[in-house]
Design a protein around this ligand. Sequence first.
Ligand code: FES
Length: 245
Amino acid sequence: MSTGLTTIGERRLGSTMRRDAWWLELLPAIILLGGFGLYATGRAFEGKYYEWGPYLSPFYSPLIDPHHRWWPFSPALLILVWPLGFRATCYYYRKAYYRAFFLDPPACAVGEPGARNYRGETAFPFILQNLHRFFLCFLWRDAYRAFIFEGRFGVGVGTLVLLLNVSLLTTYALSCHSLRHLVGGRLDCFSCASFGGPQHTAWSWLSVLNNRHMLFAWISLVMVGLADFYIRLVASGAITDLRLM
Ligand code: FES
């Protein structure tokens, strides 16, 4: 019997009847996710140029033991699991990196490696992937602090950079599939549920964001890298932060 994946029982890596350049879909994920991974790892190990005035790089937030009283390495290594966990457990990124880096499968109707023993996120270790909905905090506090220059209110370019970063990250989190499910996606009948009206309203708004989850995932990823890069430039003295107020 013919399927989009050659014939049943004939599943080799890359085997397919697709005639389009399906592998092109993998390139953005490889370039962006791979590039971001390399940059973030390099910055995490660098251990310097992560704060200036009221600004703190998102890669180092929350800042733990910056004076190396008990942790001799870069403080970013203590918290790296949080931003990484936030991204790595997102349903969209999981699709992107399962395809781009594990070829599992490389694309729709394209052969994947080995036996099909994937059972979803129902058992360890993949069940940990479901933790992704709990991974957002700290960065709003940093954005708030970026308005306080030596005890006085102020606004610099760095303030706006950090505010934009956390706003995009929040939009990305609000567009999450899990959140949409929790708020209303799990219901079969809104009018039968208590508080069904407000739940339906919230679910409708989140659905609008959810439609663009992939877009927010990429934009917020690029922005967090840019925010760190800006603070690195300012902290290293390469550029001067422009004070707006
Ligand atoms: S599905 Fe992407 S953050 Fe939840």
